[in-house]
Design a protein around this ligand. Structure first.
Ligand code: CTP
Length: 409
């Protein structure tokens, strides 16, 4: 539960997307948050406070004159208690109100009274595409961002008005991911993180190939955690069935050589390279152009193998990695003797940090246990979800970058 102990004020303004706010409210609760709903008069025309009260388990606030609060100041109390104010959907009119600092109804009044240094304000806009692209809306958005709000962006697609374009509210799950990300420490802000993930696939013929059991989950969790920490993230991924984490640029590849090429092209712009991919060590040297047929003799095809390039070792050998401008992190998937193998592999690959894990115990699972091996020593990260472990790994990378301790040693 990524929002345990977090209290979120969910503000609804007028728009058809209010129906998605019900699902969003449930998602926030599922992640452990408490949710206080505040609605404008227009929002109450699209979805009732009854529904939002039933889902959130708390009476909804709709008026600045609500006298349920002992001091009669709901706008102050609601903003003070919050860990975050989330406006979803946020209408064009409400963005204009925020830009102007209006305060003549509860929700805008509360946003103005927000303790800005402590309580982030996130907006999920929702409107027709013409309204979204109108210079007035774009001007107002720039102003609210300059005033300290975070705008989550909009989706693209069919709109309730029958048009197609930008302006739809993001899906509840996308907003939820952004909310969770906004509450993480921005330890990699301004950095570029490059991650390889998943298995590779080495063709035998056009319909057969050699691959491995890597699901990509650990690498995708690392990419997500780096993104949450504020980094720009490029994910070079072998064939997996996972969606790209939000805000992460994915480059899809198949073979080890494709992964090598894509990674080396990106590495010169990266500050951190984390190699989680389970790269095939060998490819088939005599892959057939057409499907290999049985010839009736019972003889198996004679496959020959040649070694694939070592992506991590090649990046770690670059001038930028050797000078400390690029922090390289390797993973070791072992089946036995984890510590000794991980320590040996760190030195062999020439990387400052090597993350050991037991391959058979982790492939395809949602959790894992890691061993962080560096020049400074060994740190054991006990079994936890891959995302929780990825966040700790990212924090470790951030502190190595900040401390300048990124030499292979
Ligand atoms: N790796 C890589 N390119 C390869 C092979 C491995 O980038 N051709 C990276 C992996 O992504 C991982 C690290 O190197 O970060 C170690 O991978 P692993 O398969 O455990 O090690 P190998 O070098 O293949 O050693 P061995 O199979 O002998 O254990």
């Amino acid at each position: 539960m990524d929002l345990r102990d977090k209290h979120i004020v969910l503000g609804l303004t007028g728009g058809v997307a209010c129906y998605k706010a019900a699902e969003l409210c449930r998602g926030l609760l599922k992640e452990g948050a408490t949710v206080q709903v505040v609605m404008t008069e227009a929002a109450c025309r699209f979805i009732t406070p009854v529904t939002m009260q039933a889902l959130s388990g708390r009476p909804v606030f709709t008026s600045q004159w609500d006298d349920r609060e002992a001091n009669n100041m709901p706008h102050i109390n609601l903003a003070r208690e919050a860990d975050m104010i989330l406006l979803a959907p946020c209408s064009a009119d409400f963005i204009a109100r925020l830009a102007q600092g209006r305060a003549d109804e509860l929700l805008s009044l509360m946003c103005l009274a927000r303790p800005a240094a402590r309580v982030p304000l996130l907006l999920a806009p929702a409107m027709n595409r013409e309204m979204w692209s109108h210079p007035a809306t774009q001007r107002n958005l720039q102003q609210v961002v300059a005033d300290g709000a975070t705008v989550l962006g909009v989706g693209h697609g069919d709109q309730a008005c029958g048009e197609t374009g930008d302006g739809r509210m993001l899906e509840p799950d996308e907003i939820l991911q952004d909310v969770i990300a906004a509450l993480q420490a921005p330890s990699l802000r301004g950095r570029h993180v490059l991650v390889t993930a998943g298995p590779t696939y080495e063709a035998i013929d056009p319909v057969r190939g050699i691959t491995n059991l890597s699901s990509g989950k650990m690498g995708y969790a690392v990419a997500r955690a780096a993104r949450e920490a504020g980094a720009r993230v490029t994910l070079v991924s072998g064939p997996v069935s996972l969606p790209a984490p939000r805000g992460v640029a994915r480059i899809s590849v198949r073979s080890a050589r494709e992964m090598h090429q894509a990674t080396l092209a990106e590495a010169p712009a990266a500050d951190v390279f984390i190699a989680t991919a389970a790269v095939a060590d060998w490819r088939v040297a005599n892959a057939a152009q057409q499907k290999i047929k049985k010839d009736g003799s019972g003889a198996a095809p004679a496959l020959q193998f040649e070694e694939n390039p070592d992506i991590l070792a090649d990046v770690a050998r670059s001038d930028r990695a050797r000078s400390g401008a690029l922090l390289c992190v390797g993973f070791a998937a072992e089946s036995e003797d984890l510590l000794a193998n991980a320590q040996a592999k760190r030195l062999r690959k020439g990387v400052p940090l090597l993350v050991g894990n037991l391959g058979p115990a982790t492939f395809g699972q949602d959790d894992n246990a890691l061993l962080l091996v560096s020049e400074q020593g060994v740190e054991e990260l006990a079994r936890d979800s891959k995302l929780a472990l990825a966040r700790r790994l990212v924090a470790r990378c951030a502190s190595m970058l900040d401390g300048g301790r990124i030499h292979a040693g």
